[in-house]
Design a protein around this ligand. Structure first.
Ligand code: ADP
Ligand code: ASP
Ligand code: MG
Length: 412
């Protein structure tokens, strides 16, 4: 039997009625002759609630217990989905990550998938089970502890299953009907794209477009998984939604394909550090050991042997980052006068493979922002993206301005 992977995100399983609606979609694919692996998220809002409880207990929590708590939302939905399918007469059962087993590294709260055992599930398919409902976002570490794959990780579970089971396709059902030129909740002018290249989707995701978790796009690209994003609220045909595919499969593309934003950024500046060989290693070594995801880095011109070093990281890592640099200072590894944390910034990025062959995109971006009176604090670029850090209060305005400047309302 051909296998299909169908993933339903939080809003698509937010209530029993929605689980029933999703199950009907699954039933349609089963009736076409597929063995289906359904990956489910926790009900909308559940994971946030669980994370909130953990944070309330301690700001520097034990990540193993965090995973034990926050993975639980998916268990509930997996069981409910299996029950609903059984009620419909479809042979189905639920699987938690460890039962599959889905083996991961022991990097709690952001573990990576190492291996998916296919034997147990295939054995059940051979016995006549039609649907395996798997709790997304979770796995088991070599130490036998429950792990989670980072926020939005069910997308990655889905793609990894599609690769492991050689599925015909991996369909990601969500609350929008595809990938748009920017978040449709921020700009009413956003346009749905019929196709988007893996590389572009990878950049958009890593720069904040949470429609797909970054790692899921990486895996799909590596294993050639046919990945589709579509709405669980609308009737679907075989060509609905957005296909994430290889660059060669896209006939015409714009210079800029999309605008992404990330609200939860913080800018941290170490004021007056000694400018000497090895200073960057001395600062960023301890931050990396503390698990801080440092993104942008800027070092000022030095004056009298001292300089300011600025970096950005997610807002929720500020406390850990501060603790790490203070510890390094106390140990005499680095020396700085003050530490300034600005948690009111946002990152805005423009992405497009067309940038490889077009010049002037950065200039056009800066001009559009300047026309709105928006000050740029930090800039970084790569082959197919340009990112800037700005005051968070201008975030929506900046997204609209860039969407207009690059005429993305004409995209398709
Ligand atoms: P799910 O719960 O189904 O995993 P998510 O909330 O994680 O859904 O992702 C879907 C959301 O991603 C949409 O509701 C939308 O607001 C947001 N989003 C951000 N950028 C984009 C984009 N470029 N295209 C489509 N959706 C986007
Ligand atoms: N429930 C998890 C989260 O909210 C995983 C997911 O939905 O993909 O991050
Ligand atoms: Mg998601």
């Amino acid at each position: 039997m051909p296998t299909l992977v169908m993933k339903f995100g939080g809003t698509s399983v937010a209530t029993l009625d929605r689980i029933r609606r999703a199950a009907k979609r699954v039933g349609v694919e089963v009736s076409k002759g597929y063995d289906v692996i359904v990956i489910v998220s926790a009900m909308a809002g559940k994971t946030n609630e669980l994370v909130g409880w953990v944070q309330e207990t301690s700001p520097l929590f034990d990540a193993r217990e965090y995973d034990a708590v926050v993975s639980s939302g998916e268990n509930v939905t997996a069981g409910l989905m299996a029950l609903v399918l059984q009620e419909m007469g479809v042979p189905a059962r639920s699987w938690q990550g460890w039962q599959v087993p889905l083996k991961t590294t022991s990097a709690h709260s952001s573990a990576r998938i190492e291996e998916i055992g296919t034997e147990n599930i295939n054995g059940k398919f051979a016995e006549g089970m039609k649907v395996a409902v798997v709790a997304g976002f979770q796995g088991i570490s070599p130490e036998g502890r429950i792990t989670t794959l980072g926020r939005g990780g069910s997308d990655t579970t889905a793609v990894a299953f599609a690769a492991a089971f050689d599925a015909e396709r991996c369909d990601i059902y969500t609350d929008v009907d595809g990938v748009y030129t920017t978040d449709p909740r921020i700009s009413s002018k956003a346009r749905k794209l019929d196709r988007i290249a893996f590389e572009e989707m990878l950049e958009l995701a890593s720069l904040g477009a949470k429609v797909l978790q970054t790692r899921s796009v990486e895996l799909a690209m590596r294993y050639g998984v046919k990945l589709r994003v579509l709405s669980s609220f609308e009737e679907q045909t075989d060509t609905s939604g957005t296909l994430v595919c290889a660059e060669e499969e896209i006939v015409e593309s714009n210079v800029v394909s999309g605008v992404a934003y990330s609200r939860d950024e913080a800018k941290m500046t170490l004021i007056s550090v000694a400018d000497r060989p090895g200073i960057a290693a001395a600062i960023f070594g301890p931050l990396s050991e503390a698990g801080i995801n440092v993104d942008m880095i800027v070092q000022n011109i030095s004056e009298e042997g001292r300089t300011d070093m600025t970096f950005s990281c997610p807002t929720d890592q500020v406390a850990r980052a501060e603790a790490a640099v203070k510890k390094a200072k106390d140990a005499g590894i680095i020396n700085f006068h003050a530490l300034d944390a600005d948690t009111n910034v946002a990152k805005i990025s423009v992405v497009g493979i067309g940038m490889r062959s077009h010049t002037g995109v950065a200039a056009q971006m800066f001009k559009a922002l300047s026309a709105e009176g928006i000050n740029i604090k930090v800039i970084t670029t790569s082959e197919i993206k340009i990112s800037v850090l700005i005051d968070r209060k201008y975030m929506e305005l900046a997204v609209q301005a860039l969407h207009d400047a690059f005429e993305l309302e004409k995209a398709a």
